[in-house]
Design a protein around this ligand. Sequence first.
Ligand code: ADP
Length: 617
Amino acid sequence: MAENAKDKILLVDDEPFNLGIYSEIFSDLGYEVFTASNSHETFEILKKNEPDLLLLDIILHNELGLDILEKIKTDNQHPYMYIVMITGAFTSSQQQAAALEQGADGYIVRPIDDRELIARVEAFMRHKRTLDSLRKSESRLRKIIARNPDAILVVDTDGKISFANPSAEDMFKLTIDELLSRVFGYPVIQGEHTEINIVRQDEEERVGEMRTIDIDWNDKETFLISIRDITHHKQIEEELKKALVKSEESDKLKSAFLANMSHEIRTPMNGVLGFTRFLKKPNLPVEKQQKYISIIEQSGIRMLNLINDIIDISKIESGNMEVNYSNINIHEMFASLFNFFEPQAKKKKNELLYVTSLPDNKAYVFSDNEKITAIFTNLIKNAVKYTTNGKIEFGYELKENEFEFYVKDTGIGIPQDRLDAIFERFVQADLKIVQPYEGAGLGLSIAKAYVEILKGEIRVESQENKGSSFYFTIPVKGKKVVDKVVAREKKIDSIEKLSEITVLIADDDETANIYLEEILEGKCKKVLHARNGKQAVDMVHGEKDINLILMDIKMPVMDGYTATRMIKQYNQDVIIIAQTAYAMSGDKEKAFKAGCNGYITKPINQNELLLIMNQLL
Ligand code: ADP
């Protein structure tokens, strides 16, 4: 019996009798049988069907079976069809040989009894089925190899490539034919996993992981090589490594920062508290009193500097940094920086000097005076801090459309691997927890942010124990970004004006009230107090002769902005000066918008306050 009912046999014979008999026999055996008596019928059937076996009579009426065989082989439409020639007893062995040479898979010689015929056909079919299943399994394997995302190659000991899958084409950007004509250039070590740089035709750099096993391929010592593209993994690995280093570093930095901040806050606090206590001692000689007061003042200034730095950082962070452009005379700025820093430099036995090359009337830059001064202040302050018995020089060079400013010192220098980090916030070059120099690690990050706001660049060159040179550029004509908010000012007449006025201090903080009263006492006609915005509003209503209000912004019940707005609705004459501890960007604008005439930040400097009051009266 046929193993598969669907197996198909095509019988080609010019004898209707033979066709009838054989057709019946094979149909009975379960085959699907087609019959044809000439070449035309044969090809008509072959057009529509795919027989497994063609039994082809070698001599047909006026035709030769061999011609049909030749055409089938030439057309190559049925490469897997088994073709068996039926020959007669008188067919010459030449013809039989010719049939096999032309591609027939075998022949059966007639006369033949039915049993032998069946046995032979079944034997051919078994053979054909075996081949079919081998072909199928090979095609499945090919598919697996072809669709494998890893490149798979077979390479012999001379590096000759005898097989490559489509992924190899993709990986090396070469066609299979190009690959097969090349020598495999990587060292092949059996059983090893090696990392290779994939040399691609398009020169893109990729990384591969290569695995090698030896296989028997055409009886030659050969290697089966698979290469996986691990570029992406490598990138992730690198990023993870970097992130790890960064997080370890930031851990260290965090501890260093906390230790440093705590040190930075505690030191002046110690000064303030310690010397305040000393001041309480009875019968303290006046010189000592003055000395302690000046220490307390210095400590306060140091704390204030730290707080100002932190406020600057948060202003920069919020992106609302105001830029006020004006024509700045660089030489004047240099002279005042020099005067400010010379005493500090001298104290550390440093020579301080500045160098100018332009005539005074040409040394102008259109930029933000306050910010450039702050950048220089930070850089010179550092130069003085990190230099002893040395030289500090600052100056400029006029380049195309920009000034390159510099501050150079001959101090302790900065290790090469910290040169980038020092511009980051809260970072000091020295990672040790206990560091001998005071500072919160904010100065350079503020300087860098300012330089960038002013459309310039900052860089540093430094050598340990030799010194550091900081350079920053500023465009000669900076672009105007935001207009300065100008206070409504009146001309200063005389400080005596103060003595004629009544001042209302609107502030909920007891200390602030005492402090302001202390400043104003004896200078003004009368000083009144309100503890919140609402009280201030009511008092202005009741007491018509209040001339000036020092308005705190953050107060309970009603804040200073609201109180100002309400007061200004019915009293345009009263002068209101906003006093705030925020010092955040936007506060000033808000205060002016609410109707304030002036603005001052806490801690309030006595002179500054009196000056503003005078200007506004
Ligand atoms: P700090 O408040 O610590 O001075 P900065 O941001 O101004 O903070 O500086 C960061 C770090 O850069 C400093 O702690 C110091 O280690 C290093 N540094 C800055 N300027 C100099 C300099 N002129 N010489 C040596 N080191 C410097």
